[in-house]
Structures are given as C-alpha cells and as structure tokens.
Design a protein around this ligand. Structure first.
Ligand code: LLP
Length: 438
C-alpha cells in the first residue's frame, strides 16, 4: 500500500513523509493539511529528463501546472529543467513569479480571455496553443497592437478516446478541445493561421486524456499526429514542434497499475522517432506535459477524525475536518483513494468505514468503504495521492478555509501555501451602498 519510497512507518508507529512524522506535522500546522514531498517530485522530474536526454535529446518537459500551481512548485520545476503549461492568467502570473522563464511556458485553454492573451503576448510565452478560430483573430489583433509576432501551436484532436477499453476504435469527435484532424478542420485552422501577419505557426499539440495506464493510446496518438505532419508537409507546412500533452496514470489504490512515469515518456519518444524514420519526417522538437504523474503521489492530506456514526447493520461513517471543499474529486468523479490511520500504522484493519467530509451535502464523501483499524475521534487520517488536482481544485464551500500546503524534505517542513484565516476569506466581501452595515 505504501508503495512510495518517501512514505515510511517510523518507530513510533506513525506515518512519515519526507522524513517528517505526520503526527508532528499535524500538531505543528493543524489539519486538514496538504503535505507535498519534494524528493518525490524531483525524482520524477529527473526520471523524465534523464530518460529523454538519452532517448530523444531535442525535447522539453513542461509541467502541467493545473495539477498544482504555486510559486514554489514552478521554482522547483525550473531547477529540474522543466518548463510549464499554464491555462489561465493567474497560472501564468504565478509561473513568472515563481521564476519560470516565459520562453518555457505554453499557454493552453479552450476559451482564453482577451486579457489573458494580452498577458501571454506581453510576457513572451513560448507558444499560445490555439484552440478556436475566434482565438486566432483575437490573438492576431492583440499581437499586432503590441507590435509582436506570437508563436502559436494548434491543439488538434487526433480522435483517440483513451478512456475506454476500445480506445483503438473509438474516436471522440465531441470534445470541446481542439480541432479535428479527421474532418479537415485542423488543417484548415493551420492554413488560416498562415494568413495572419502577427502569428507564427510552430507546431501541433494533442492531449488524449488523463490517468491513462496503457502505452497503446499514446502510441496511436503519435501515429495520428505524425500522419498529420505528413499531410501538412504535402501542403508545404513544416511542423517544428510536436507536443503530446500529458495523461500518465498514478496509483490511487492498489487497483491502479501505472508504469513508471519515465516509461511513458520513453515510449512516446521512441514512437515519435520510429514514425519519423518511417514517414520520412524531420524529427520535431518534442514536448511532453505531465501533471498528475509529477505531483500526484507526492502529496498526502492529513485529517483529524471527528464524529463517528454507525447506522446499525448498514454503514459506519467517520467524519473528518476536510471534505469536498479541499477534495472535490469524489463528488465529481467518484474517485477512489487509499487511506491510513497515520498515528496508528501498526494496528491492523478491523472494520469497513466510509470517510465523510464536513460539508452540508450528502454527497460530501472522501472514501467509500475502506478497511481501517477501529478509528477513534482524534485519530489522524492520511489520504494518499492527493498532490494533483486537490489544492488546485479546492474551493470555499460552506466558507471553509482552503487548507495550507506544507513542503517536506529530509525531515524539514515549511509552508508552500499559508493557512487562510476567516478574515482573509471575508476580505473581499463588501456592502452595496444601500445595505447598511449594523
Ligand atoms: N496538457 C493538457 C493540455 C491538459 O489538458 C492536461 C490535463 C495535461 C497536460 C496534464 O494531464 P495529467 O498529466 O495531469 O494527466 N481534474 C481532473 C484532471 C483533469 C486533467 C485535465 N487536463 C482530475 O482531478 O482527475
């Protein structure tokens, strides 16, 4: 279950992460608490870069920062030689504030706002990844106003649905993202970009899905993308960059059997090489955008067990001090997780319980039916694999503060994101002039 090197059981029988006792972390920082393991994050990054250095040296790994975006994570990514994929004005701003070079940033999104495009052009991002005809016109105008020529890629839909067992046959044409290769829109989009004076087409991008375990859908996507490069070559359009997105799976429960993150990168890079050789294409600059696989398993969330309620012969709930405001993934996707009683790691599982959140909503669960030692109020519960799409998807439902994030490394811990006070949440509240404050 604790299949990560950085998670250990210490002599006190407590869960340890990055050399820090989770019971001490809970005492020092309170709960709920997101904890991120720096060594794990850096190891995954180093695995990607070492693998690609040897297999396909003309590459860039861009961290998909929607998974977890804070200033310090961009600093770490930059130190590890990664770039970043951002999808909003504030992700861009955070990336720049965290020291990411603009030239290592790709700006994505299916409906980027005019202000966001203006910020991207002003910052000088490496590429804006165009996702609609509307966006081309808008971006061209913005670039023209700034007297700049903006490099762009085009998000294409290669028609592979990686989320079915039949991904080979299935083609998702109903996606809100990208231009379809199959119906000719993608080529039309790229030809249209050629008519804009202030846009410069550099390559194509696809992202076929997330939490994918098999290599096959990625390899199929490479086939389709390189076929498309051939088609573009025939009309005289060179493709300098090929961005294959992210999507590599991680372990949430023992049902999940992902490969090592670097193995996905290796397989994709090798497939690109093979396809280019076979189709007589110049090898493009290869970009990969992993998010979840870098930070997912690096994170755990610590909770204090509060109310325990048994509905006789039906169900036992243990409620914790978190919930859908800090982890909406069960409510949204019925996501599954593994958890442990972090203060009692030597005790064996005795009962099946459902971990409930504290929000006023029946669907506010974190884990349904998990085997745990008999929990008592005050116990420390750790949910594993919460580093990706947790903090970044958190909200203030019921006016709950979003928990702080602590980074751990070699027995040290410190804030990456500080705690939110009630005052901070109320800070932007104001009174319309006709409402009189009492
Ligand atoms: N590149 C693009 C263009 C993407 O849209 C995404 C994820 C990634 C890269 C990174 O994918 P990853 O390596 O993290 O799988 N909120 C969902 C996940 C949504 C992913 C959206 N796009 C969740 O909590 O599972």
């Amino acid at each position: 279950m604790l299949c990560r090197e950085t998670l250990k059981i210490n002599q006190a029988g407590h869960l340890e992460i990055g050399g820090c006792d989770t019971v001490d972390l809970a005492k020092q920082y309170g709960t709920p608490l997101y904890v991120m393991d720096e060594a794990y994050i850096r190891n995954v990054c180093a695995g990607y870069t070492a693998t690609l250095d040897s297999v396909y040296p003309d590459y860039k790994v861009c961290y998909a920062s929607k998974a977890f975006s804070t200033k310090a994570i961009y600093t770490i990514m930059r130190e590890e030689g990664l770039g970043a994929d951002v999808v909003s004005g504030c992700e861009l701003k955070t990336a720049l504030a965290g020291g990411m070079d603009a030239d290592s940033i790709y700006f994505h999104g299916n409906n980027k706002l005019p202000e966001e495009l203006a910020e991207a052009v002003k910052a000088g991002v490496h590429a804006v990844v165009i996702d609609s005809f509307y966006e081309m016109t808008l971006l061209n105008e913005i670039a023209a106003q700034k007297n700049k020529r903006q490099s762009v890629m085009v998000r294409v839909n290669p028609g592979i649905d990686a989320h079915t067992h039949h991904f080979v046959q299935t083609s998702r044409v109903d996606s809100k993202f990208g231009f379809s290769i199959a119906d000719g829109t993608a080529q039309k989009a790229i030809e249209t970009i050629g008519t804009f004076e202030n846009l410069s087409f550099i390559g194509i991008h696809c992202h076929i899905g997330s939490q994918i375990f098999e290599l096959k859908p990625f390899e199929l996507a490479v086939e389709k993308m390189t076929d498309f490069m051939v088609a573009l070559g025939k009309v005289g359009i060179p493709v300098a960059e090929l961005n294959m997105g992210g999507g590599y799976g991680v372990t949430y429960t023992e049902e999940d059997k992902p490969l090592e993150p670097r193995q996905y990168a290796e397989a994709i890079a090798k497939k690109v090489k093979a396809c280019c050789a076979e189709k007589n294409l110049l090898e493009p600059h290869l970009v990969l955008e992993p998010g979840r696989s870098i930070v997912g398993e690096a994170g755990i969330t610590l909770y204090t067990v509060g109310a325990i309620k048994e509905i006789k012969d039906i169900k036992k709930y243990i409620a914790v001090d978190g919930g859908m405001f800090e982890n909406p993934r069960y409510a949204l996707y019925r996501s599954k997780y593994d958890a442990v009683l972090a203060n009692r790691m030597s005790d064996s599982a005795e009962e099946t319980v459902t971990v409930a959140g504290k929000c006023c909503e029946s669907g506010d669960m974190l884990i349904e039916d998990i085997r745990l030692p008999k929990a008592q109020s005050g116990d420390l519960l750790a949910i594993l694999t919460t580093g990706a799409y947790h903090y970044s998807m958190a909200g203030h439902y019921n006016r709950n503060p979003i928990p702080p994030v602590v980074l751990v490394r070699d027995g040290r811990s410190d804030y990456m994101v500080k705690p939110e006070s009630y005052e901070r949440i109320m800070e932007l509240d104001t009174y319309p002039v006709w409402i009189k404050k009492r």
